[in-house]
Design a protein around this ligand. Structure first.
Ligand SMILES: [Cu+2]
Length: 482
């Protein structure tokens, strides 16, 4: 048994407070918090979902043009209006709509052109989280600013395996507010293998996107400045795909849930009623080798997972997706389809001895809980290049979440422009949840994680904490890939 400081930041309604306590716990591997250790405080922040609104699914973005392998899209960041609270019009942001954005569905090998328009009153960027593209304006980091009224066009060739990625703004110091107001969308990559696999793939029928977010409404408004908390802006209200108090209906078959933690700061501890087992089939960057049966899954801010859950035995019943013990999403099961047998073998990821025994060449410490959020003891400087790495080379990075005088909390560590493999967690094999390609890992206090990182493209990329409040105050560094 190892002693770990368990410290979580919570905000309940508008009040925020720190909770410090020390607990005996075994080491949490692969982001799996043991029951009752890291999340009890965060859970307090979320009200149970009453399931009063039908869940909707974002539209699939239609291309502006498509010719053979070349496809062209247009995305506009704009202001909008929604009704979340009865009788109140809420000012929002959205992509090509009032709130959130459409699903952009690309295929491996496609030559893609996207016209990016900013119709907001403030500067923004369009970042493709998890997409392996050049680290220039294409990646959409804080350097790739698009001013109000401007349109910029990016082009790239999709060169990565099938995965559930996402897009969101990344302007320096403004990311948290813009995402909170509604700028986020899903980006699916399909490839020949994913199209051939036997898996639920009917969008909105048995293959459901779930964008998990939390908000605190102030007089019915999404007022980021009023609720912002540098430690972590945690809401009291769950919102899925932009729907407050959602409930969904599914047939009595195996359904696929593509889950994005699109929250600013919240970590979700996902499970189903009565600990119904489910299969993890994909992580951030693609399919896992073999479907992994589990009953709980931890998803920090920015992380994704694809799971398949079998609803065959629940006709006429309500199965609930939970966050710890709090209802997140009721699923009403109808008897309209039959459960099929699906593939359970997907990928051929090899974590060989070469990777396991390679020396660590880059180390990143993460620290901070209340005020000073630091990577390697520093805050972001756009004129400082923190690391350099050669295009195509694999290097072992060691990410450590250290405890300092402020305390400590879990930090989701994200690197742009790469899908990496977790080599070890505190010297041991990662759990199933971290055995696929990842671009974001939620590292617990005192945890040390080694990852094998390779950048297929060149440019300057960000690496940062994906708690957006921490990112905005500079818990971010830059790597130049040459
Ligand atoms: Cu952080």
């Amino acid at each position: 048994m190892k002693k770990v400081w368990t410290v979580a930041a919570m905000s309940l309604l508008l009040a925020a407070c720190n909770v410090d306590e020390e607990q005996e716990t075994s080491t949490a591997h692969g982001g799996h918090a043991q029951h009752g250790t890291y999340y009890h405080n965060e859970q307090l922040a979320l009200l149970p979902n009453e399931g009063t609104q039908p869940l909707t699914f974002p539209p699939l973005l239609a291309p502006v043009s498509e010719q053979g392998n070349e496809v062209e899209y247009a995305l506009t960041a704009q202001q909008g209006k929604m009704t979340f609270v009865d009788g109140v019009e809420t000012a929002t942001y959205g992509y090509n709509g009032e709130f959130l954005g459409p699903v952009l569905r690309l295929k491996d090998g496609q030559q893609v052109t996207i016209h990016l328009t900013n119709e907001l009153d403030e500067a923004t960027t369009f970042h493709w989280h998890g997409l392996e593209v050049a680290g220039d304006a294409t990646d959409g980091g804080p350097h790739a600013v698009i001013e109000p009224g401007e349109t910029q066009t990016i082009t790239f060739t999709v060169d990565q395996q099938a995965a559930t990625l996402w897009y969101h703004p990344h302007p320096m110091g403004k990311t948290a507010a813009q995402v909170y107001k509604g700028l986020a969308g899903l980006l699916y990559i399909d490839d020949a293998k994913s199209e051939a696999l036997q898996l639920p793939h009917d969008y909105g029928i048995n293959d459901f996107p779930l964008v998990l977010q939390d908000r605190t409404f102030v007089d019915g408004q999404i007022d980021y400045e009023a609720v912002a908390n540098t430690m972590s802006t945690l809401g009291d209200t769950i919102m899925i795909n932009g729907v407050v108090n959602p409930a969904m209906t599914a047939a009595n078959e195996k359904v696929r849930l593509r889950i994005l933690n699109g929250s600013n700061a919240m970590t979700y501890y996902l499970r189903f009623t009565d600990d119904l087992p489910f299969s993890l089939i994909a992580t951030d960057g693609g399919f896992v080798n073999e479907a992994a049966t589990m009953t709980t899954l931890t998803l920090g801010a920015g992380e994704r997972a694809e799971i398949v859950v079998d609803l065959h035995d629940f006709v006429g019943q309500r199965v609930e997706l939970l966050n710890g013990d709090t209802p997140l999403l009721p699923i009403d099961v109808t008897a309209t389809r039959q459960a099929m047998d699906y593939d359970t073998t997907f990928n051929e990821i090899v974590l060989d001895d070469t990777l396991r025994t390679m020396e660590v060449t880059k180390t990143v410490t993460m620290e901070g809980m209340t005020e000073n959020f630091l990577l390697n003891g520093k805050t972001f400087d756009h004129e400082r290049i923190d690391f350099r790495q050669k295009q195509g080379d694999t290097e072992i990075w060691e990410i450590e979440n250290i405890i300092n005088e402020e305390g400590a909390m879990a930090h989701p560590f994200h690197i742009h422009g790469t899908q990496f493999l977790v080599v070890s967690v505190d010297g041991e094999e990662p759990d199933a949840a971290w055995q696929g390609y990842k671009d974001t890992i939620t590292v617990q206090p005192n945890q040390k994680v080694r990852i094998a990182v390779r950048f297929p493209e060149k440019g300057i990329y960000m690496f940062h904490c994906h708690i957006l409040e921490h990112e905005d105050v500079g818990m971010m560094g830059q790597i130049e890939v040459y």
